[in-house]
Design a protein around this ligand. Structure first.
Ligand SMILES: [Zn+2]
Length: 221
């Protein structure tokens, strides 16, 4: 049987890493193999090729936010991201603007939240395909407390988001963790096929958390 794209169900022509391979530093950078058994899913041309700019965007945001507390993220940031910024400063200037998210490094970062959420949704959707072998048919809500919580006192996570995170944590509490390179990426995922509820939580670089859940049937239509 022909493999189908994890995102759109079209015939697959390639495979794609989830999370993107560029998130995982090469061994010569950290002295550890952080590319053990990376997760891949079948993908069509559209959903593979169209994503490479988004992959770099998401990596930039996460490395910037996680760099203060993760040695792996910091090393990867200085190696890959700064080199990329030097190469194409105009491209990166477009998403590293001095407004928006307050970072530990004293800078402000403007986040294109729709784009960020689309990138995280793609990873959660790929993990769903990887784990359950079918395409996720519902759209996902994405919450990342790190986009609010960088500067404890001045930027607070909104209360409804905290409540949603609590619900997701409880739903996932008894799931085993996946991801063989936890210094870069680990996740929990659970699918309740009866209610159509899928939840996904991940930690990037042991510092940056994201939570995803399918929208309720009443609001998904
Ligand atoms: Zn596709």
């Amino acid at each position: 049987m022909q493999a189908t794209c994890y995102m759109c169900g079209a015939a697959a022509t390639s495979s794609e890493h989830a999370p993107p391979k560029c998130f995982f530093p090469e061994a010569n950078l950290t002295g550890h193999d952080l590319r053990r058994n990376l997760i891949t899913v079948p993908s069509c041309d559209l959903h593979n090729a169209a994503k490479s700019k988004d992959d770099e965007y998401l990596r930039a945001i996460i490395l910037l936010a996680a760099g203060a507390s993760s040695e792996v993220a910091k090393a990867h940031f200085f190696d890959k991201l700064l080199r990329a910024v030097k190469r194409t400063p105009h491209v990166h200037a477009a998403f590293i603007k001095p407004v928006g998210l307050k970072l530990d490094i004293g800078e402000m970062l403007e986040i294109d939240l729709a784009r960020f959420n689309r990138c995280i949704s793609a990873i959660a959707t790929a993990i769903f395909f990887h784990k359950y072998g079918i395409k996720l048919e519902r759209s996902l809500h994405v919450i990342s407390p790190n986009l609010y919580a960088q500067n404890q006192a001045s930027v607070e996570v909104p209360a409804p988001h905290l409540a949603a995170i609590d619900v997701t944590r409880t739903f996932l509490a008894h799931e085993t963790t996946g991801g063989e390179n936890p210094a870069v990426f680990m996740y929990r995922a659970r699918y309740d096929s009866e209610g159509g509820l899928y939840a996904f939580a991940a930690v990037f670089y042991e510092a940056f958390e994201v939570f995803c859940a399918t929208q309720r049937a009443s609001s998904a239509a």
